[in-house]
Write a protein that binds this ligand. Structure first.
Ligand code: ADP
Ligand code: ZN
Length: 745
């Protein structure tokens, strides 16, 4: 350390041992740092509080991990303590330390990811949004002034109102209100302002059905584990509409009854307004507060929510993957809905998986975990098979509603004039004639996946990424779905000068056009990332479906997720094969899950549903098993293949992704790393380096080295060698460590 940085001390240097704080600084440092504690701050320092510390020449934020006695010679003094109470309760802090070790990620970065933005930086000052609320007191005295009488009469009529609401009725009411408060005719309080879209409408009515026998069995296990306060992971496997959500609701109700709190994780919060509404309806009592953590919250709102949760004022937190860090003080149950969804995995920075963290966290606080899915991840089902997780199945739809009949429409050897086969067109026509709703899945947005030169076969690629540009008719442009690069479509092929450049293949935009031409009278809507960018647009489409204002809804996988539209009796899948051809060992698993999900949207109401799937691979087990609603048969085939190749759950993977601006440098350094690892790789297979499937992304060249082993310890030992190598890496190169990678593009 530079002696000039050493703080000047007042008084004698003490020869006695002094308290020293171990601090995880919120920066990409490998290890926590030690700081001396100025005497004035000693009372306030405890594990879990945030502190400001000197780091090099700047000041940085950190979290205290430990306070111990030692020799503080040469240690710098920490500057400031920011929290009176630990912001991170001990079990949450322990959990995050374990998580950092598991993912081999710096603890400071882990903490920064876990804390809401407003709490993880010293420069942002969070504005807490509050408002003043005025309420008439029981006094029946009549005030002297006319304006005072008017305002008071209005408030007595209405009850409590905010300053903004009063000002909307009476211009400049401040003086009048102040006087009325002085006269003790009004009381005033400051309250947190809630502008949350999830709380805009009043909750719907709640029906609390009597559990079915299957549901009852699941609930009994939950109750037993809660009573014993033990860690109890369970897989709740139930087809769509079998009553999983009802199990969550009743299990949570029992947890709250025990005085503990609940955490509900969903893959994408913006897509789940229906689920949130059901929770609000069930837990509407004032003392059972539900908080929804979503990306639309401002930093201030997130900060408020985090504080309220930490104080124990919130009973239920619902949110996407980062909600796994919510500081609930006595967490009794974690629900992971649609546990198989890829959205639980963070794609960059700290690449954690929220479902796996849910298990880790629940273990630390002796909580119940319910993993719910109609198509459990292979790894989750395997754990249930081997007894590591309890297995609960809801084998039928509620009220004995049949699952829809699924037919595969074989496209091999056929040439279609558009994206739709005649069978699907006919089925759509029948549904329209019966005034029933249809849903079409095409998992590709834009007009066409590429623009093709008819003369030389050239396509157009993004200059920053190794990806063809998607053609948008509506905007007359080509766009990269990875980096948002946009260009005008050229008039001539830059390779051969040819002038017949045609959009090839179909995306949702083109499908919408094709449908509008085929069914001029139909009310058609489209749901994909392009049409739901605007605030409220997604909600508008859901309402359109609920109210029957839409006949045909087309969309990407967004339409497959979680919705409950009882009016839908036909589901069509246009092009089910695209996801099968992904260069990834999980492509069959993903395809099966998506098809099963979307098929589950049909026939949820009183009329039975049917499903048509267009495919070039009608014999593939992902399709045949999805068509028969046969999860088990799919699992058996797929697990055999995983066993043969040593893929999860039989082996463990860590993916190392090396990226940089200079292709030659990335390649040679990648080879160097692989060679070094090869020498110390006992028990681990080192595969690569190989260019990633996305060999260039946002202008950076990418190579990967895949580490594969039957057990985890040798993998983690190998990471020590990776660390040593990484320390010598020039700044122009980046090495990302992805433990349990989900996709390897
Ligand atoms: P999932 O989450 O598995 O899709 P839900 O919990 O949403 O299933 O249940 C589907 C429908 O059945 C919902 O409308 C729900 O209110 C209703 N339901 C759930 N359990 C019961 C029950 N035991 N008796 C009657 N209706 C039920
Ligand atoms: Zn790009």
């Amino acid at each position: 350390m530079n002696p000039l940085d050493a703080p000047t001390r007042v008084g004698e240097p003490s020869p006695e041992p002094a308290p020293i704080a171990t601090v995880a600084v919120l920066a990409p440092l490998e290890k926590p740092l030690s700081y001396a504690i100025p005497p004035l701050l000693r009372e306030q320092i405890q594990p879990g509080v945030r502190v400001v510390v000197p780091l090099g020449r700047r000041r940085a934020l950190g979290v205290v991990l430990e306070v111990a006695c030692g020799k503080d010679d040469g240690l710098r003094l920490l500057d400031e303590v920011l929290d009176a109470q630990p912001l991170l309760p001990p079990d949450l802090l322990n959990f995050l330390r374990r998580a950092a070790a598991y993912y081999h990620h710096p603890l400071g970065e882990v903490l920064r990811t876990a804390l809401p933005a407003g709490l993880s930086s010293i420069t942002t000052r969070v504005a807490i949004l509050t408002e003043r609320l005025y309420r008439p007191t029981p006094s029946s005295v009549v005030p002297p002034g006319t304006r005072q009488r008017e305002v008071l009469a209005w408030l007595r009529e209405r009850g409590e109102a905010s300053l903004a609401e009063i000002a909307a009725q009476f211009p400049a009411p401040h003086a009048v209100l102040k006087r009325l408060v002085e006269l003790e005719m009004l009381s005033v309080r400051e309250a947190e302002r809630r502008r949350d879209p999830f709380f805009a409408a009043p909750p719907p009515a709640d029906a609390r059905p009597t559990p079915s026998a299957d549901q009852q069995r699941a609930l009994e296990l939950v109750l037993e584990s809660l009573a014993a306060r033990r860690f109890a992971p369970m897989l709740l496997h139930g087809v769509t509409g079998s009553g999983k959500t009802e199990v969550y609701l009743q299990a949570i109700s029992a947890t709250l009854g025990q005085g503990r709190q609940a955490l509900v994780l969903v893959p994408e919060i913006a897509l789940t307004p229906q689920l949130v509404a059901r929770f609000r309806a069930r837990f509407r009592d004032a003392d059972q507060r539900v908080a929804v953590l979503h990306s639309g919250l401002s930093d201030g709102e997130r900060y408020d929510a985090w504080r309220a949760i930490a104080r124990g004022e919130i009973s239920i937190v619902i949110g996407a993957r980062s909600a796994i860090f919510a500081p609930l003080p006595d967490l009794g149950i974690i629900v992971v809905d649609e546990e198989h969804e890829a959205g639980y995995k963070q794609g960059e920075g700290w690449r954690y998986h929220a479902r796996d963290l849910a298990l880790l966290r629940a273990q630390r606080c002796a909580a119940v975990v319910i993993l719910g899915s109609a198509t459990p991840a292979m790894t989750s089902f395997h754990r249930a098979r081997t007894g590591a997780t309890a297995y609960l199945s809801l084998s039928e739809r509620i009220l004995g509603r049949p699952l829809p009949e699924v037919s595969l429409v074989d496209l091999s050897g056929r040439r279609l004039s558009g994206a739709l086969a005649p069978e699907l067109v006919e089925a759509l026509a029948e549904n329209l004639a019966r005034r029933e709703q249809s849903l079409l899945l095409l998992n590709r947005r834009g007009f066409a996946p590429f623009l093709l030169c008819r003369e030389c076969g050239a396509t157009f690629r993004c200059p920053n990424c190794e990806i063809t540009l998607t053609y948008y008719q509506s905007h007359r442009h080509l766009r990269c779905h990875y980096c948002d690069y946009v260009q005008r479509p050229p008039q001539q092929c830059p390779d051969c000068g040819g002038t017949s450049l045609d959009p090839e293949g179909a995306g949702t935009e083109r499908l919408e056009e094709e449908l509008a031409a085929a069914f001029p009278g139909a009310r058609i809507a489209r749901m994909d990332r392009d049409t739901t960018r605007r605030k409220g647009a997604h909600q508008g489409l859901i309402e359109g479906m609920e109210l029957g204002a839409i006949d045909i809804l087309i969309g990407t996988q967004m339409v497959a997720k979680g919705h409950d539209f009882p009016g839908v009796t036909l589901v069509g899948v246009v092009g089910a094969d695209a996801s099968l051809n992904f260069p990834d060992f999980r492509s069959a698993e993903r395809t099966f899950a998506l098809l099963t999900q979307v098929a589950g949207r049909a026939g949820r109401g009183e009329r039975p549903g049917r499903v048509l799937i267009q495919t070039y691979a009608p014999a593939h087990h992902a399709l045949t098993c999805a068509a028969r609603h046969d999860y088990l048969a799919f699992y058996e085939q797929e697990i055999a293949f995983r066993r043969d190749l040593g893929y999860p759950p039989f082996g463990h993977l860590i993916n190392l992704v090396l990226s940089g601006n200079q292709p030659a440098q990335v390649e040679s350094r990648g080879a160097e790393l692989a060679a070094e690892l090869d020498q110390v790789s006992a028990g681990v297979e080192v595969l690569g380096p190989a260019p990633c499937a996305l060999a260039r992304l946002r202008g950076r060249t990418r190579f990967q080295i895949l580490l594969k082993a039957a057990a985890r310890p040798p993998l983690h030992r190998l990471l020590a060698a990776v660390d040593a190598w990484r320390r010598k890496l020039p700044r122009t190169l980046n090495l990302a460590i992805d433990v349990d990678p989900l996709d390897m593009l």
